[in-house]
Write a new protein. Sequence first.
Length: 134
Amino acid sequence: TEGNLFMNISTIILTSLYAITMTITISLLMRMFVNVFKKYRYLPSPLDLKKRELELFNHYLNYYKSEKYKKPKEKASKRAKKQFNKDMLNYYIEYASQNQKINDSRIKDFYTSRKFLIFSIILITIIGILLIIK
């Protein structure tokens, strides 16, 4: 009958929409959790930072000795610490900015997937009601 045909077509259309929305939801969640194409950046290890600090100190010490400054160790230590702090701030700004962009993208995927998931739940509820009525 005409009523059964409408119910069958409606069920097929809603089931197709459900499958599409669930596929989108799953792909968004996978993109968020797997995070394949976006890489987090991490601060250098403490050992690498200590090496960098020593490298800066030696560089400035050699400079102040070659220029025959008084108290080259004190000057080199101050200058190395100042440059090291600048380097640390630059690392933090650069890496935190990169990581924030990645997190923003991931959270956007998460919220979009929630919308599709809610829509999928509504669709599956309507499909269930149609099947019960049928």
